[in-house]
Design a protein around this ligand. Structure first.
Ligand SMILES: [Zn+2]
Length: 381
C-alpha cells in the first residue's frame, strides 16, 4: 500500500503528503463538530493547520535549494503530521556541505519570521504560541506566522540528531575530527540532551518534554544504525553486489504465456519490460490474484510496485541505500548507461554480499562486531 500521495511537484521534486495527515484533518474537524463550534471557527482551525504545513514545506525547500547548490539530488519531500522530511539521493560530501544543507531549513523559517516583524503589534512576544493558536483571528494571523516560524527554527536547531541542529553539530565537529569521531561525539551530545529534556519533563510534569526527549533517543538510535550501514557500504558500488538471477515479463505477454511463465519458477518478483525498456517491478502474489479474479487479459502495467526507481551499476551503495524498498527482499532494477536492465539489487542481496566480503577479508571475530549491528538494523527496518 502506498503510504503517501503526490500533491505537487516543485522544480522536479515530488511533494508527498502522508495519509496520516488527512487523518489529522479529519480528527480536527471531528473535534470541531463534537464541540459544536461555528463553521468559521472550524475553517480557521484547518487554516491554521495548513499554514503550519506550508511553513514546514518552505523549511524543507530550504534544504532542497542548499542541496541542489552542491549537486545533491533530492528524491522527494514528504509531509507528515509531525513535520517534514527531505529525502536526499546522496549524502553531503564534506562537513561544510552538511552544515549548509542542515542550516538552510531553519534559516528559511527565521527569514519568514523576520519578514513578519513590521506587521506585528508593538511588544509582541514569540513564546505565546499556545495563546495565539487557540485564539487565532484575522487580526493576529501575522503574529501566529511569526510564532510558528520561530518555534520551527528553534526546535529544529536543538543540538540533537536527527534534527538539523544535530547535523550542524556533527558538521562543525567534522571540521576538526574524523567523520567517525564527529558522529560519536554528536551521538553523546544527543543522548545527554535527550535525557535532560525527558528529565526536565518529569520534574515539571511537562508531557511534551518527556515525549520529545524519548523521541530523540529513539530517532538517534536509527541514525546510529544508518551510520553503521553507510560505514560498511562506503567502498562498494552497485555493480559489486548486483544479482543476475531474475526473470523478466514483457508488458504484451498473453494470459496463457503469463500463466506458463510464473508457474515455471518460484520467483517472488519480476522485472516488467516493454521492448527492453523497464516498466517496473511486479509482485508474484498480485499477478496470481489478478489471474484468479479476471478471465480477461491481465494489465500488468497497472500492477507495478510503487516508488521503484532503477539505479545504475556505477552508483555507490551508500547513495542508493535509502532508495531501496524497506522490505528487504524487494529488488529494484540495475541498468547500464544505455538504460538496459543488467541485473537487480535488494537489501537482502547487499547484506549477503557484505557478509561474504567481511568474512573472507577479515576471518576474525572483529568482523562480526560490525555485522551484528547491521543485521539488527535490517531486522528493524
Ligand atoms: Zn530541517
Amino acid at each position: 500500500m502506498k503510504n503517501s500521495f503526490k500533491i505537487l511537484i516543485i522544480k522536479g521534486v515530488p511533494i508527498q503528503l502522508h495519509w496520516t495527515f488527512l487523518l489529522l484533518i479529519i480528527w480536527v474537524l471531528a473535534m470541531q463538530v463534537i464541540g459544536r463550534e461555528p463553521l468559521n471557527t472550524a475553517i480557521l482551525t484547518i487554516g491554521e493547520l495548513l499554514a503550519v504545513f506550508v511553513c514546514v514545506l518552505f523549511h524543507e525547500l530550504g534544504h532542497t535549494v542548499a542541496a541542489r547548490h552542491y549537486n545533491i539530488p533530492i528524491s522527494k519531500i514528504q509531509l507528515l503530521p509531525i513535520g517534514g522530511l527531505t529525502y536526499f539521493s546522496k549524502q553531503p560530501a564534506t562537513p561544510r556541505q552538511e552544515i549548509a544543507v542542515a542550516i538552510a531549513g531553519p534559516l528559511v523559517n527565521i527569514f519568514i519570521a523576520l519578514a513578519m516583524i513590521p506587521l506585528l503589534p508593538p511588544g509582541t512576544s514569540f513564546w505565546k504560541v499556545g495563546v495565539i493558536f487557540s485564539s487565532l483571528h484575522s487580526g493576529n494571523f501575522w503574529h501566529f506566522l511569526y510564532n510558528i516560524n520561530l518555534a520551527l527554527a528553534i526546535i529544529n536547531l536543538l543540538p540533537a540528531l536527527p534534527l538539523d541542529g544535530g547535523k550542524v553539530t556533527r558538521g562543525v565537529l567534522g571540521l576538526f575530527f574524523s567523520s567517525y569521531t564527529a558522529f560519536q561525539n554528536t551521538l553523546i551530545i544527543t543522548k545527554i540532551f535527550s535525557w535532560l529534556m525527558a528529565g526536565a519533563g518529569l520534574l515539571t510534569g511537562n508531557l511534551l518534554f518527556i515525549f520529545y526527549g524519548c523521541f530523540l533517543l529513539f530517532a538517534s538510535s536509527i541514525e546510529k544504525d544508518n551510520y553503521v550501514i553507510s560505514y560498511l557500504l562506503k567502498d562498494e558500488n552497485v555493480g559489486d553486489v548486483i544479482c543476475h538471477d531474475y526473470k523478466t515479463l514483457d508488458v504484451h505477454i498473453s494470459r496463457q504465456e503469463l500463466l506458463n511463465a510464473i508457474c515455471s519458477n518460484n520467483d517472488r518478483y519480476y522485472v516488467l519490460t516493454d521492448k527492453d525498456n523497464i516498466v517496473g517491478i511486479l509482485d508474484r502474489e498480485t499477478i496470481l490474484f489478478s489471474l484468479l479474479n479476471s478471465r480477461e487479459t491481465v494489465a500488468l502495467k497497472d500492477m507495478i510496485l510503487p516508488d521503484i526507481v532503477p539505479v545504475q551499476a556505477g552508483n555507490k551503495l551508500t547513495d542508493i541505500w535509502n532508495q531501496l524498498p524497506s522490505k528487504p527482499d524487494v529488488y529494484i532494477p540495475v541498468t547500464s548507461t544505455n538504460q538496459q536492465v543488467i541485473g537487480v539489487i535488494s537489501r537482502d542481496n547487499i547484506i549477503s554480499n557484505i557478509l561474504q566480503h567481511a568474512i573472507t577479508a577479515h576471518k576474525k571475530p572483529l568482523a562480526f562486531g560490525c555485522i551484528i549491528p547491521l543485521l539488527l538494523s535490517l531486522m528493524t527496518s
